[in-house]
Design a protein around this ligand. Structure first.
Ligand code: NAP
Length: 404
């Protein structure tokens, strides 16, 4: 949302009772958001303290190429301090309530593969010419699983684990510095998987206040909800409204009729009962009012289950499998290091991976992760090898790279 549409949406939302406004350096609308807030504060007798303003930085990886229309050299991991200063200048405030790390990708390669889901339903819905078409091949096969499956194979083991971890750590250190310097009240992350969130215990001096991620019935993550709760991290879900438009689900329609509410209200209520904060986007006053009117009804346990059973781990935005491949490469490194002691006959590709891994320095944080193995990797490897006699020449540890 940009221009007057954005200013007016912010003003009407605050007038309708919204107090949390979410934007990002990427959206290129900081000025409008700041203007809308200032005008709304004046019109409604509110003060800056009444509003919770969130923005996001560090969208692009450090080796980002600038061939994307939305590339902004300040919005790159490694430039967090500059991007936070730019954001505050554009917004016209001396602080935000919260800055988030926009996504966890740490190399152009990882970014390219993690963003693949965008090119299917989401781009098609928005009429974006980058949408993959056709979505179905003449033989009836869906294109999406073929492309995403290929992306997983292509990405596996390529992103260097040490580099990736170092980027995540450096970005977070910059966020912590911004908080300490009073540039925001809270810091958080966005699009982090459960594994990446738990990993932060290894390097964060200040744990993230929130993790903002795509959340709707078809892309839900009960184990992330559980882990976030244990870590004291609040989850914020986006993409709820667009999921309704993409799916046109008869199940949701039936629940909406049964409860006498709109599909948006039912999903926003589902999120609330799951303990997830929602941030519906709307430029329409009517929709804004509808979306905030979810506090006077309750979904039954059966209705909650019906929606939760729709989960297919089907993202429209970021692919968590790719993020976890990057993360798990760290673990694979130990596994391969151990495997070489018990196994011979690696293919030349595997040897290449081993060589590259072996040349890297293992930072302390990885050593600590290594310490979290229940038994030593070498023991695990030899056990697994015994149980799978037919796989000579293959990597000796199976790590489930598919997040299902
Ligand atoms: N962290 C990230 O990577 C990330 C990614 C995407 C989005 N976000 C954040 O999440 C927020 C949510 O945005 P989103 O892009 O995910 O969109 P969304 O909220 O899922 O859906 C927005 C769409 O839903 C429609 N809509 C909203 N309420 C409606 C209602 N009651 N009835 C019918 N249609 C309704 C809107 O149309 P109208 O305008 O006509 O109402 C708009 O087309 C964004 O503002 C952004 O700040 C974050």
């Amino acid at each position: 949302m940009k221009g007057d549409e954005c200013v007016n949406a912010v003003k009407s939302a605050i007038k309708a009772g919204y107090r949390m406004i979410d934007t990002a350096l990427l959206y290129n609308n900081h000025k409008e958001v700041g203007d809308g807030i200032r005008q709304a504060l004046k019109d409604n007798g509110l003060t800056r303290d009444d509003i919770f303003l969130t923005s996001k930085v560090a969208f692009f990886p450090p080796d980002a190429s600038n061939n994307s229309w939305m590339f902004n050299a300040n919005n790159v991991k490694g430039n967090e301090e500059a991007s936070i200063d730019t954001s505050l200048e554009e917004l016209g405030f001396t602080y935000t309530d919260m800055f988030l790390v926009h996504n966890p990708t740490t190399t152009q390669h990882e970014y390219n593969f993690a963003s693949v889901p965008h090119f299917f339903e989401l781009f098609a819905l928005k009429g974006n010419e980058g949408a993959v078409a056709p979505a179905v091949l003449p033989n009836g096969h869906l294109v999406r699983p073929l492309v995403i499956g290929g992306a997983h194979q292509e990405h596996a083991l390529v992103t260097e684990p040490t580099t990736s971890l170092n980027v995540r750590v450096a970005t977070w250190k910059a966020m912590e510095k911004a908080k300490r310097n009073g540039k925001c009240r809270y810091i958080g992350v966005s699009n982090y998987t459960k594994e990446l969130l738990v990993e932060m215990k290894e390097y964060a001096e200040i744990m993230p206040a929130v993790n903002q991620l795509e959340y709707h019935p078809r892309f839900a993550s009960p184990e992330l909800v559980k882990a976030a709760k244990e870590l004291g991290v609040v989850l914020i879900g986006y993409g709820t409204g667009l999921s309704i438009q993409i799916e046109k689900s008869p199940v949701l329609q039936a629940l909406a009729s049964k409860n006498g509410r709109s599909p948006h209200q039912v999903l926003l209520r589902w999120m609330k009962q799951l303990g997830i904060v929602s941030i519906p986007r709307s430029s329409s006053l009517e929709h804004q009012k509808e979306n905030i009117s979810i506090f006077d009804f309750e979904l039954s346990d059966d209705d909650m289950m019906t929606l939760s059973r729709m989960n297919q781990r089907h993202p429209y935005y970021w692919d968590p499998v790719v993020s976890n491949q990057t993360y798990r490469n760290q673990v694979v490194k130990f596994a391969l290091n151990s495997a070489v002691k018990v196994k011979s006959g690696l293919s030349s590709l595997q040897e290449g991976v081993m060589d590259r891994f072996n040349q890297m320095q293992i930072p302390d944080a990885i050593n600590r992760i290594r310490g979290s193995f229940s038994s030593s990797p070498a023991e695990d490897v030899s056990k697994e090898e015994k149980s799978e006699p037919g796989n000579a020449g293959e990597p000796t540890v199976e790590i489930d790279l598919d997040d299902k």
